[in-house]
Write a protein that binds this ligand. Structure first.
Ligand code: MG
Ligand code: MG
Length: 259
C-alpha cells in the first residue's frame, strides 16, 4: 500500500474542497422534503459545481470521467433500504423517508467527500435511532482519531457501538484515503477484520481519510440492483450512511467537511 501524507498546504486545499461539499449537502438538506424528486436534490449539488469555477464533481461519470459513461449524476442518493450509490432520478421523496446523500468535489487538484442521511418529516422512532447511532459511530471515529493510534483501535469502537445496538455493519463497502483523487490507499473499514489487523493503518499527522460508516436495522448483507449501481439491503430494512473527510493532526484530527 502506498499511503501518502499531505502537507499543511495540501490540507488547506482539501479543506476548501471539503467546505464546498459541506455547503452542497446543506443545500440538499434544505430542499429534501416530501414531493421533491431525487433528481431535484441532485441538481442542488450541481449548482455548487456551477458556482465555483474550476470545481469538478467526483461522482459524475465515475470511474472513467468520460461523458456518458459511468455514474450519471453529481450525487449518490440512496433512499430507505438503499445503502449507497443510488442514482438520482424521478423518485419522489415521501414523508418518513431516510435519504442518504453522498457528494464529492475536486478543486485546485484536491478532493473532499462527505455523506449524510436526511430524515424527512415524521420518521419512525427506530429509524431515527438508526440514523442517530450511525452518525454517532462517525463521531466516535472523530473523537478517537489521533497520532500514535492504529485505525483498528478506532474501527473496533465503531463496530462495537453499532453491533451492541443490534445494527448491521456493512462489510462490502468501506472508507478510503483521499487526496488528489477520491479513492486512495488505505482502505478504511468500519469494523475489525483479520485483513485490517495484518495491514493496520498508523494514524499520523497528514494522513487524510474519508471515514464512512454504513449501518442497517437488520442484515449486513447487500446486493446491487440491475442498474449496476444501487446497493440495497438483502432484507429490505433501512440503512444510514454518514461520511466525513478527516485529516489527522498533531493532536487529534480535523474534519475537513465539517462546520
Ligand atoms: Mg462519499
Ligand atoms: Mg467516500
Amino acid at each position: 500500500m502506498a499511503i501518502s501524507l499531505k502537507s499543511p498546504e495540501q490540507i488547506k486545499q482539501m479543506r476548501h474542497a471539503g467546505q464546498l461539499v459541506r455547503q452542497a449537502l446543506e443545500r440538499c438538506r434544505a430542499i429534501c422534503q416530501p414531493g421533491v424528486t431525487t433528481a431535484e436534490i441532485d441538481a442542488e449539488a450541481g449548482k455548487i459545481i456551477a458556482e465555483n469555477p474550476g470545481s469538478v464533481g467526483l461522482f459524475k461519470w465515475y470511474p472513467t470521467y468520460h461523458e456518458g459513461e459511468g455514474f450519471p449524476a453529481f450525487t449518490c442518493i440512496s433512499v430507505n433500504d438503499e445503502v449507497v450509490h443510488g442514482i438520482p432520478g424521478p423518485r419522489v421523496i415521501q414523508d418518513g423517508d431516510l435519504v442518504s446523500v453522498d457528494f464529492g468535489v475536486r478543486i485546485n487538484g484536491w478532493c473532499g467527500d462527505s455523506a449524510t442521511t436526511i430524515m424527512v418529516g415524521s420518521v419512525k422512532p427506530e429509524h431515527k435511532k438508526l440514523c442517530a447511532a450511525t452518525e454517532y459511530v462517525l463521531q466516535l471515529a472523530i473523537d478517537n482519531i489521533r497520532p500514535g493510534r492504529k485505525w483498528s483501535q478506532v474501527a473496533r469502537l465503531m463496530q462495537r457501538h453499532a453491533e451492541d445496538l443490534g445494527l448491521g455493519v456493512i462489510r462490502d463497502f468501506v472508507g478510503h484515503g483521499i487526496g488528489e483523487t477520491m479513492h486512495q490507499d488505505p482502505k478504511v473499514p468500519n469494523f475489525v477484520s483479520r485483513e485490517l489487523l495484518r495491514n493496520d493503518i498508523d494514524l499520523e499527522p497528514g494522513l487524510v481519510l474519508a471515514v464512512e460508516p454504513m449501518c442497517t436495522l437488520g442484515t449486513d448483507q447487500v446486493r446491487t440492483l440491475d442498474d449496476g449501481w444501487t446497493v440495497v439491503t438483502m432484507d429490505g430494512k433501512p440503512a444510514a450512511h454518514y461520511e466525513h473527510t478527516i485529516a489527522v493532526t498533531e493532536t487529534g484530527c480535523e474534519v475537513l467537511t465539517g462546520p
